[in-house]
Design a protein around this ligand. Structure first.
Ligand SMILES: [Mg+2]
Length: 161
């Protein structure tokens, strides 16, 4: 088990990320996880809170969504919903998808932050790609079954936050 610590460990969801901090630290691009980070899985719905945060963030960063999802029609919908490029079939934590996303942003890895809720996919993959990493909690608008929360907490303990 590799020991990885996210660059930023957010005690909240994506909307609690302080945009000014990332800007001050030289971050110019964001790679987002999709499920539970930007929206409830398969909901096809963008909440007002996330939408408002993205509007504030947009002037500061280039953005791309990186997802393990393989449903092309669904990914097309997500692209339209969020109005940003979407890379599917990512096989996170494989470095391949992250490299592709960083290349698409046209930035160096250290100028990029990977934002996600899963330490062993989003954070591990981002770290291995040389990017900065932001571990967030799942959107507070999602009601998660308790067994899933337990697994998530275990994963967080494994990375030694
Ligand atoms: Mg996720």
């Amino acid at each position: 088990m590799p020991f990885i610590k996210p660059t930023y460990n957010i005690d909240g969801d994506v909307t609690d990320i302080i945009i000014e901090t990332l800007v001050a630290d030289g971050i110019r691009g964001l790679i987002f996880d999709l499920d539970s980070t930007l929206m409830e899985s398969k909901s096809g719905r963008l909440t007002d809170e996330v939408s408002a945060w993205l509007i504030k963030a947009r002037p500061h960063f280039k953005m791309v969504i990186l997802s393990n999802n393989k449903n092309t029609a669904y990914l097309e919908k997500v692209k339209a919903l969020f109005d940003m490029p979407v890379i599917g079939y990512a096989k996170k934590p494989s470095r391949r998808g992250f490299r592709k996303a960083i290349e698409m942003l046209g930035l160096t890895p250290t100028e990029v932050a990977v934002i996600g809720d899963r330490p062993l996919t989003d954070i591990l993959g981002g770290h291995r790609s040389g990017a900065k990493t932001v571990l967030v909690k799942i959107l507070r608008t999602i009601n998660e079954p308790s067994w899933k929360t337990s697994i998530r907490n275990l994963e967080r303990r494994l990375i030694g936050r």
